[in-house]
Design a protein around this ligand. Structure first.
Ligand code: FMN
Length: 61
């Protein structure tokens, strides 16, 4: 399945609180949409550039 982080959902707290049965004690800042990607849609072939993981990751073992 495909995922898409979305902060825009935080602009609709009333709907989210109603659906998730939560109140103002929780602050929603982002959510992750999960679904099946449309492989025929041109926008879904867009890829953003990435830097190598090793340039920003430090492992403590
Ligand atoms: C924390 C976070 C929040 C995001 N919120 C939104 C959003 O509200 N609306 C939107 O169109 N894209 C949002 N994006 C961008 C997309 O989720 C996604 O990163 C973008 O389409 C590029 O895809 P890629 O990250 O796979 O390269 C957000 C990304 C991140 C990391």
């Amino acid at each position: 399945m495909a995922t898409c982080p979305q902060a825009a959902i935080a602009e609709y707290p009333d709907i989210v609180q109603d659906v998730l049965k939560i109140n103002d004690e929780k602050i929603l800042i982002a959510a992750m949409a999960i679904g099946y990607e449309d492989k025929e849609a041109l926008i879904n072939s867009y890829r953003t550039p990435r830097i190598e993981r090793e340039t920003f990751t430090k492992y403590f073992i």
